[in-house]
Design a protein around this ligand. Sequence first.
Ligand SMILES: Nc1nc2c(c(=O)[nH]1)N[C@H]1C(S)=C(S)[C@@H](COP(=O)(O)OP(=O)(O)OC[C@H]3O[C@@H](n4cnc5c(N)ncnc54)[C@H](O)[C@@H]3O)O[C@H]1N2
Ligand code: MOO
Length: 422
Amino acid sequence: MAGLAACSTGKPGPILSVDAARLRAVTAACPVTGLETLSLDAAVGRVTAGSTTAASALPPFDNSAMDGYALCMSDLAGDGPWRLPVSARITAGDGRALTLSAGSVARIFTGAPVPLGADAVVMQEHVTRSGNMITVSRPPRCGQNIRRRGEDVAQGALALGAGRALTPQRLALLAGCGVASVAVRARVRVAILSTGNELAEPGQPRGPGQIYNSNRVLLRATLSRLPWVDLADLGILPDDPGSIRGAIRLAAKSNDVIISSGGVSAGEEDHILDALRAEAAELDVLKVAIRPGKPLTVGRLGQALYFGLPGNPYAAAITLSQIARPALNRVAGLTEGTDAWLPAVAGFTYSRRTGRREYVPVTWSGRDPLGRPIIARLGQGASASLSPIAQAMGIAVIPQDMDVVRPGQPLSVEPLSESALF
Ligand SMILES: Nc1nc2c(c(=O)[nH]1)N[C@H]1C(S)=C(S)[C@@H](COP(=O)(O)OP(=O)(O)OC[C@H]3O[C@@H](n4cnc5c(N)ncnc54)[C@H](O)[C@@H]3O)O[C@H]1N2
Ligand code: MOO
């Protein structure tokens, strides 16, 4: 595993910047090697394994962009208006190979093949028709209203590259090029688990000293939205080193990625690190200059990439999106970024301790003259709080060394609605 040797003993190394930690996580990730060929319907959201060339040109033949009349521009010589006879009628789906008779026009409909000899289509609103004759009052430009064969994608040209998520738009492109099935990467097998004696599942009796498990549904709901994830939920593990060791050893045998929450900070009841060390995992990232989420473990256990997220729910959500997700994308074989950050301006004052990049839940109701959202901060930054992130329209990022945020301060914000993750 690239980049892990220096820290393979798992001793806490220096605190890493968010970018450095993300890079190490991404570098440690290897794309899954399995492939499958799926119909377009079955491939939605999956990741292309190779590039696809157009089986058919798009469009496959010259066709009309308007309901109107196909004509030859040389028949519109001199000053108009021009009177011409209608010699043919061509509808969409007409399979005849027609040639336009000299000195005439063809009635034509949107999507119908343009006859040989025609070099423009005049839309019907720009002519008057009387019986079998039309009068053209506004001549088209040469080539106007003709969609040329292959102008969108030429036959045999690259329709879609490798490492792309198959969005509805890209599936439509492949369909338009006559491609019926596509080779995609195998799903990424991800196992999730929550640790902590204090956890009870909602709907179950909650004992004294227990809290309800919010990270399990957070991870499950987030990851199950990714069509290229094959999720295994290992439930709650008690704070017992033996159980944790056994569960992660087993999970590493049949998963590409393991994501746990809790048990990664300094206390002797935080057993994830000990369990990983006992299983001879290679450990890399152990501390990140991020708020929330400083105690974070990234490593490899056998063939599986391991993410030990902090237990506090907001810290788990942020480390999942900022560190684990980019690495997961690489395991999935994605080669394109999912960077959805937008410019915004602060509408609040916040004096803060420097040294960690901070992710702040925000909302907005207005925009500045440049169209940037003016953001309001939600909550007090507690990494155990769930209401701020539940109300948030986005997450703003405060740079590591900024000691005070004042109104008007430009900040980046990731809108939650457009985020690839939340
Ligand atoms: N002495 C130190 N203590 C702590 C440090 C530190 O550096 N030194 N870091 C603090 C920070 S920052 C965080 S974040 C947490 C991370 O702790 P762990 O990852 O070890 O997680 P736990 O101790 O197991 O839990 C932390 C917190 O989160 C609650 N939790 C855990 N799992 C869930 C869940 N599935 N659903 C909801 N809530 C959960 C747990 O009850 C704790 O309250 O450590 C600090 N301490
Ligand atoms: O990461 Mo902790 O969440 O900084 O509170």
